[in-house]
Ligand binder design. Sequence first.
Ligand code: ADP
Length: 320
Amino acid sequence: MQRIAVLTSGGDSPGMNAAVRAVVRKAIYHGLEVIGIKRGFSGFIEADMWPMDLSSVADIIHRGGTILRTARSEEFKTPEGRGKAFANVQRFGIQGLVVIGGDGSFRGADIFNTEYNLPVIGVPGTIDNDIIGTEYSIGFDTAINTVVDAINKIRDTATSHERTFILEVMGRESGYIALMAGLAGGAESILVPELRYGIDEVCEKLIHGYKRGKLHSIIIIAEGAGSGLDVGKQISEKIGLETKVTILGHLQRGGTPTAFDRILASRMGAKAVEILVEGYRKHMVGMIADKIVASPLDASFKGKKAIDLDIYNLANILSI
Ligand code: ADP
């Protein structure tokens, strides 16, 4: 193997740059040439790519977003689009591809490998932490720290005004951001798409809290579990309690990556190159029990990552 390529795809996440840096520098360490592909699979199709050297990834480890840019490409979902990408694989002599992104990007990489046999390695980069095969994905830790920071600020106002606040957070179909940020932020209720909740239950908890002297309450709702505004309306209808709703939105995706995400990204990016060199052909890297391990790429999107029930139950016990 002499030349590999790297791209970032799907939603950006803090730490993607640290992963790109690790891929480029570890590849050069192994004597490989690296091509950086811009705008994910779109740039792959359009030959928007250029050679990367050591200095091309200097001064990026602390930066959010991705210097390679990212995109969603409908064309790559078609055989014609992937055919164009393969023409570029031949044109540029690419012998392996590292895809940093979420499960959608892994699906694309998996199909591409099946059709054209190019070795592909996935590096999980998404704030949602919804990828099977890894306990943490790159960007998740930074995102939950952003949410916890928001909870802290909202708590100041909630306490001062003795109010109930609802905070809607990202995660697509996953409740991981809500769960972990909710536990770290001491939220009274955490609503996630993986587990059904009844509005009566939420109201009972609120009443119970107020009866025992709680001055305020914070409810975290994952975007996949419904709308914060709807929950607020239902609470008001059921028990006449006014709530304030904050939708955190895209500020959860940006920001300088935490040390945890930089370390994770560095280890995962390096491991991706290592296993490419070792001859792995269709795998992803993941962190399990603090070790960076390889697992089959298709396992990452064939099921749905389950929420950690122990942590959910703990959050409930501690928020009584
Ligand atoms: P993420 O990687 O963050 O989950 P998306 O689900 O938007 O983001 O996927 C990113 C890109 O991966 C898509 O825009 C598309 O180019 C590619 N992709 C996703 N699913 C497929 C698929 N079934 N076949 C081919 N390419 C796909």
